[in-house]
Design a protein around this ligand. Structure first.
Ligand code: MN
Ligand code: MN
Length: 272
């Protein structure tokens, strides 16, 4: 069983700016850049082609709403059925609804670890149920998610607070990160990483600047140290049109590398 990278170049569900559709290719370029080697911090050589494979981009050009949802859902379902564990590269955060829904149907009792400045729990944003502001509301409505744990939140309004309470979301706000060391899960975990969880100082290439965020190191710490079994992940909301010298693309590539390493480690542990 290999880890597969999957590009999801979609940004027509973003509420403010386009650009994230360009992200998968920029992240690949950063990943393969000669400026760094292919080892993860845990000592895994991602230059070894038996560890992971790049399964390309899902063709999303011209697709919106339900048709884009269906294309993503079926591409992800197919790769899971082939035995892959996926790191998906967005795209805006709307891709999380089809991607995680496919995982929830494949892994019973799926937990979500969602790292973001925003809760993305809007019932309805701009009359688009597929908006990047709503994927976690849609996922909770499926009834298939065991737990939704959100980290890095610093934009909760009254509506999103009510939605979090309605769905029983566990929120770790940025102003109170003291309990992060205790992040632990029973059963399979899907990790969704919105780059705007990071402080704009670390990740300026995003559409929504939200100061007061995580450092890159804190983001990596979460990936490497939460307790539970990772079965899938995404890195979303890179906006190359806002990036500075490709710096945020490099951050996204780094997160993807360490997510691959964590997927490999957790897969090896479950095979034993
Ligand atoms: Mn988000
Ligand atoms: Mn966000």
């Amino acid at each position: 069983m290999t880890i597969a990278l999957l590009g999801l170049p979609q940004d027509n569900n973003a509420s403010y700016l386009s650009g994230p559709a360009l992200a998968p290719q920029r992240i690949r370029e950063a990943l393969w850049s000669d400026s760094a080697n292919m080892f993860t911090e845990t000592g895994l050589d991602l230059g070894d082609p038996t560890i992971w494979t790049d399964s390309g981009n899902v063709a999303l050009e011209g697709l919106t709403g339900q048709s884009a949802y269906d294309a993503i859902y079926s591409a992800v379902t197919q790769r899971i059925a082939q035995g892959h564990r996926l790191v998906s590269l967005g795209g805006d955060h709307s891709i999380a609804f089809p991607v995680i829904h496919a995982h929830a149907n494949a892994y019973e009792g799926l937990n979500i670890l969602h790292i973001d400045a925003h809760p993305d729990l809007y019932d309805n944003m701009l009359d688009n149920k597929f908006s990047h502001a709503s994927p976690f509301a849609r996922l909770m409505e499926t009834g298939k998610i065991a737990r939704l744990v959100q980290v890095g939140i610093r934009t909760q309004n009254a509506h999103q607070k009510a939605q979090a309470e309605k769905f029983g979301v566990e929120t770790h706000e940025m102003r109170d990160l003291s309990k992060l060391a205790d992040l632990q899960f029973e059963g399979p975990v899907y990790l969704s990483f919105d780059l705007d969880a990071l402080d704009p100082a670390f990740a300026p290439g995003v559409s929504h600047f939200e100061p007061g965020g995580l450092s890159t190191r804190q983001g990596l710490d979460i990936i490497q140290n939460f307790k539970g079994q990772l079965v899938g992940a995404d890195v979303v909301e890179l906006n190359p049109l806002r990036d500075a010298n490709g710096m945020t693309a490099m951050v996204a590539a780094k997160l993807a590398k360490e997510l691959i390493a964590r997927l490999v480690a957790d897969q090896d542990a479950s095979d034993r």
